[in-house]
Design a protein around this ligand. Structure first.
Ligand code: NDP
Length: 320
């Protein structure tokens, strides 16, 4: 396993990490969830991503229970949560980054996990209704209290992130150190263009999500929606159009011969491609089965095969 610094911090995270969106709760519980975490940890993964909103809080409970069962030393892994959507559909407690919500939400999250602190806490989206200064102070206080060790954002516009850095700098507060954007062969603009200046200016690290575009880049949707797949789950109807999109599937088909020549699957090629970007601190994997964890972890072997010629072929395949 390769470990990369989370931006300019001294914290190192495994270049591949493991997240629980969709899977923990709707697809995996108990032993299976523990087995996936265990397979990831055994291979050197040290970062496990979660969020308050995943399965309405159940995902944090499942991960917390599994971590207790597995009995790993707390110093051996990094765990995160993300706050924004809230679990109570009432004023001040959902779709917000106000101080009241954040201070109460972190306590509730720690309780669900059964942990004293999370290593990383993210503002899961930007909140145009709360002054950025209020959010930065609240996140600073969460870090100062020891309930989280580092804070960051997810899918924030670059301008809001810059404002947050500048406020933190002005008041000598804990700064955001990482952002969690979607990054995969279909979704590149935020990481490659919008945030381009933030890496050098502020030392921003990235924990990127959906390396397989929810499974599309595995090629599993080339012939329709397979039973049991994410797009077949009730509540995920919105995903069907996206994964069945003809142009996108045509691009996946064009990636297949490249992957075959490299002796890997298109999933492994797509994950390795994300990790190839040095701005990416860690690529968060999703998996609904232990076999997927194993297959996706083997992307590490593909990483070293991505030379300039292969990268150019991938660009051409995506362009069509
Ligand atoms: P992916 O795009 O990699 O999709 C993962 C899903 O694809 C799996 O659950 C599985 O679904 C399918 N899959 C994975 N590997 C294989 C394989 N080898 N063969 C066949 N199917 C496979 O990642 P996610 O969308 O799950 O995102 C990863 C993590 O990123 C999340 O768990 C979460 O922690 C984080 N995230 C953060 C967000 C944010 O807003 N900050 C938003 C979304 C995710 P199935 O088997 O059911 O088809």
């Amino acid at each position: 396993m390769e470990y990369r610094r989370l931006g300019r911090t001294g914290l190192k995270v495994s270049v591949l990490s493991f997240g629980s969106w969709v899977t923990f709760g709707p697809q995996l519980d108990g032993d299976l969830a523990t087995a996936c975490l265990s397979a990831a940890y055994e291979a050197g993964i040290n970062f496990f991503d979660n969020a308050e909103a995943y399965a309405g809080g159940k995902s944090e409970e499942i991960m917390g229970r599994a971590l207790r069962e597995l009995g790993w030393p707390r110093w051996s892994y990094v765990v995160s949560t993300k706050l924004f959507w809230g679990l109570h559909d009432v004023v001040n407690m959902h779709n917000t980054l106000n101080r009241k919500y954040l201070m109460q939400a972190i306590d509730a999250s720690l309780e669900r996990f059964g942990l004293d602190f999370v290593d990383l806490v993210f503002c899961h989206r930007a909140d145009p209704d709360t002054p950025i200064e209020e959010t930065v102070w609240a996140m600073h206080d969460i870090v100062s209290s020891g309930k989280a060790l580092y804070w960051g954002t997810s899918e924030w516009p670059a301008a809001d992130l810059r404002a947050a850095f500048e406020i933190a700098e002005r008041h000598h507060l804990h700064k955001p150190v990482m952002e969690q954007p979607e990054y995969n062969l279909f979704k590149r603009a935020k990481v490659e263009q919008e945030y381009a200046r933030l890496y050098e200016d502020f030392g921003l690290g990235l924990t990127t999500w959906s390396p397989l575009a929810s499974g599309l880049l595995t090629g599993k949707y080339l012939g329709g929606v397979p039973e049991g797949s994410r797009a077949s789950l009730s509540g995920y109807e919105w995903l069907r159009d996206r994964v069945l999109d003809e142009e996108r599937n045509a691009a996946v088909r064009r990636l297949q011969p490249i992957a075959a020549r490299l002796g890997c699957s298109t999933a492994q090629l797509a994950i390795a491609w994300c990790a190839h970007n040095p701005r990416v601190s860690t690529v968060i994997l999703g998996a609904s089965r232990v076999e997927q964890v194993h297959e996706n972890l083997a992307s590490l072997e593909v990483l070293e095969r991505l030379d300039d010629d292969v990268l150019a072929e991938i660009e051409a395949a995506m362009a069509g």
